[in-house]
Design a protein around this ligand. Structure first.
Ligand SMILES: [Fe+2]
Ligand SMILES: [Fe+2]
Length: 287
């Protein structure tokens, strides 16, 4: 298996003229991914703390290195999405109390109460969700007409989720390989993930007074049904995770993710830069 994971920083500016609904004609998908943006930092903070706690127990050097790169990537995702929160604040959205409550009541509580093997199982399941969300948005080119700044932010994140999609699953196999542990993580994660993301998307649409507009429901139907087929495809991906022989490598997305990341690194100035010292220096000299 040839797996390369490169930590990168998202360096594009989040200008103040980014529109509220940055995917033209689709306020629903704009709100859904804004909800994703709001939930990402606390979620990824949870992954990072969980993997760091695993490190002393990891004697497989290759797996340790992959976990370290995973941690770097997730930390950078959090930083980039938090930068975009300032735009959401300026646009008048109220989400900070919700975000703090989710962090405290879900992630910090799970950390206090949940054993490490269970937390690794939760991370493994959310990472599968992140990978297939990335797969669907990139392979269907859902964001083709989006504002380029947010398109780049989301597509960079999706591509890196695909790039490191095997790490948490392999860590789970290493720490707690039993199938019931995977099932338990799945049962606790899936409902909560969609409840939080769907609930926050609905809250944003309500704040915009768009929730009860007929066109919004047409957009929801199209995203879930005949347009992007997300309901059917999501169910298929979820069932896939339950197959005893499942492994994230079976989703052959590496070339697609690599193309996105190469494109983002090749813009002038680059949208993303590798965080290694040499690459950073090259970027700083070019800027
Ligand atoms: Fe991430
Ligand atoms: Fe991830």
């Amino acid at each position: 298996m040839n797996e390369t994971i490169t930590p990168r920083r998202f360096v594009s500016k989040m200008d103040s003229d980014i529109p509220k609904h940055w995917l033209p004609g689709n306020e629903f998908v704009s709100s859904l991914l804004n909800a994703y943006t709001i939930l990402v930092p606390a979620n990824e903070g949870f992954y990072v703390r969980t993997l760091k706690e695993c490190m002393p127990q990891l004697h497989d050097q290759r797996l340790r290195e992959r976990c370290a790169k995973f941690i770097h990537q997730e930390a950078q995702h959090g930083v980039a999405h938090v930068r975009y929160w300032e735009n959401l604040d300026d646009q008048g959205y109220r989400f900070r109390v919700f975000e703090r409550n989710v962090d405290k009541l879900v992630f910090r509580t799970m950390e206090k109460l949940g054993p490490l093997w269970l937390r690794v199982s939760l991370v493994s399941c959310v990472e599968h969700i992140n990978a297939y969300v990335g797969h669907e948005f990139l392979s269907q080119n859902v964001l083709a007409d989006a504002d380029p700044r947010i398109k780049d932010l989301m597509e960079w994140h999706f591509a890196e989720e695909i790039e490191h999609r095997r790490v948490a699953f392999d860590l789970l196999q290493h720490m707690a390989p039993s199938y019931p542990v995977r099932l338990l993580g799945f049962a606790l994660t899936v409902g909560l993930f969609y409840l939080l993301m769907g609930g926050q998307a609905i809250a944003l649409l309500r704040q915009d007074r768009l929730l009860w507009r007929r066109k919004t429901w047409t957009q929801i139907r199209s995203h879930l049904g005949a347009g992007h087929h997300m309901l059917r495809r999501t169910l298929r991906h979820l069932l896939d995770y339950l197959r005893p022989g499942f492994h994230p490598s079976q989703m052959a997305d590496d070339t697609m993710a690599e193309k996105v990341l190469t494109r983002l690194a090749a813009t002038a100035p680059p949208t993303v830069v590798a965080t290694g010292r040499t690459q950073r220096k090259a970027w700083e000299q070019a800027a």
